[in-house]
Write a protein that binds this ligand. Structure first.
Ligand SMILES: Cc1ncc(COP(=O)(O)O)c(C=O)c1O
Length: 425
């Protein structure tokens, strides 16, 4: 794409954008003076779909009118509510229907998955994570290692980076797995790293891991709704995600889980159990013996919270209409445009640590401002830009193709330029 610096280019792109009308389907936060914020923080919390309130209200109304009968007689009976979300979710992650389930929160699901897929032995007990893995994943992995009686000092292994590089090279990851794989029980990577925005090649990593007898799980917090996924074909063993980022399901929204078909039907695999994972035919006969449902649903513990499911349903409907492949096309153009405008500001002032190849990143760019980065971040916020700061020195900006426009990206770059120019004075 031949981008241009002038503002009219952004307007032309917005005019041609097949997704421009989707912006109206979201609540855009406003500044104190009533103008719209430049919201570039969908990597942290996605915006509220206009239909979310209606969908949640419908369940509140049915609860008021029907009380317990709502489980069977609500307009969307609560007993089966989570099943309505399996189709759109499976389409987003590239899974079969029975491989996905919506439940709990991300870290809870990660623990449930590690109960089943981290099976250490004296010779194979390590968990491999990426550099800059999200802290909750490290805490969860470390606590699982301790729980099994191993020492995290030698059992939690971080993929090494080359000197002065901040992102991983796929050939280095493969070589590391080839060398160390015999002692690794579980490879646990973010599909997209939260700090650098790097996309991992989940297919190649899974192949490399399986060749050495490792199991492979991915945390899709920053990947789902952002990039195209094909978990079934890639043969990933399990995946977990939250839905409050690019899936726009609201703060603390309900999370999800993928278990590959080859494991999902294996009822002998160790797992933590609860009544909602029990065979639906006999669940209400209250038998004393647990008999798991085949598929990912067999990992459920509790009956799910309907109000968060309703909010998520609103957003998943939009994804089903828009289709992730098409959204991704716009996303690449939009993020490429942001990169083009940032590059124009000069490497002396700001660098992008996110990979440059569109396939190796999602929508987020992680910027390092060379002087007073935190100060610049705070000034951006005071000027109506919503983005975030991650220690030690990164400003994350994530144009979401559903609701961000090219004109906003141009405006953001102008604001950043004015702040960096002021620093020179
Ligand atoms: C990559 C990643 N993993 C895990 C988490 C933790 O999610 P939760 O608090 O929903 O368990 C987050 C939250 O932002 C995240 O970004």
């Amino acid at each position: 794409m031949d981008y241009r610096l002038d503002k009219s280019f952004a307007a032309e792109m917005d005019q041609k954008d097949p997704f421009s009308e989707y912006r109206e389907q979201f609540h855009i936060p406003r500044n104190d003076d009533g103008s719209e914020c430049i919201y570039l923080c969908g990597n942290s919390l996605g915006l509220q779909p206009q239909t979310a309130r209606q969908y949640v209200n419908q369940e509140l109304e049915d609860w008021a009118k029907l009380a317990v009968e709502g489980h069977f007689k609500a307009r969307h009976p609560w007993l089966h509510y989570h099943e309505i979300l399996a189709g759109p979710t499976a389409r987003l992650v590239g899974a079969k229907l029975e491989e996905v389930v919506i439940m709990n929160s991300l870290t809870v699901n990660l623990h449930l998955m590690m109960v089943s897929f981290y099976c250490p032995t004296p010779n194979r007990f390590k968990i491999l994570v990426e550099a800059n893995a999200f802290p909750s994943d490290r805490y969860a992995a470390t606590s699982q290692i301790r729980f099994h009686g191993y020492n995290p000092v030698d059992a939690l292994v971080e993929l090494p980076l080359r000197d002065s590089e901040v992102t991983h090279r796929i050939e280095d990851i493969e070589a590391f797995i080839e060398e160390e794989g015999n002692s690794i029980a579980l490879i646990l990577l973010g599909g997209v790293n939260y700090y650098t925005g790097q996309v991992f090649d989940m297919h190649r990593i899974t192949e490399a891991g399986h060749a050495k007898g490792c199991l492979v799980g991915v945390d899709l917090a920053h990947a789902i709704g952002n990039i195209e996924l094909n978990l079934h074909d890639w043969e990933v063993d399990f995946a977990v995600w939250c839905s409050y980022k690019y899936l726009n399901s609201g703060p603390g929204g309900i999370a999800g889980c993928f278990v590959h078909q080859k494991h999902a039907e294996d009822r002998t695999r160790k797992r933590f159990a609860g009544w909602w994972g029990h065979n639906k035919e006999t669940r209400f006969s209250m038998p004393p013996q647990f008999e798991p449902i085949g598929g990912a649903e067999g990992w459920q513990l509790s009956n799910p919270p309907i109000l968060p499911l309703a909010a998520l349903r609103a957003s998943l409907e939009l994804f089903d209409q828009a289709r992730i492949e098409k959204l991704r096309q716009k996303s690449k153009l939009l993020t490429g445009y942001l990169e083009f405008l940032i590059d124009d500001l000069g490497e002396r002032k700001v660098t992008i640590i996110t990979p440059g190849a569109p396939e190796d990143r999602g929508c987020q760019l992680s910027l390092v401002v060379k002087q007073n980065g935190r100060d610049v971040y705070q000034k951006l916020v005071s000027m109506g830009v919503v983005c975030d700061w991650r220690e030690p020195d990164v400003i994350r900006v994530a144009p979401a193709p559903f609701y961000n426009s090219f004109t906003e990206i141009h405006r953001f770059a102008e604001i950043l330029k004015s702040l960096l120019t002021a620093q020179d004075l």
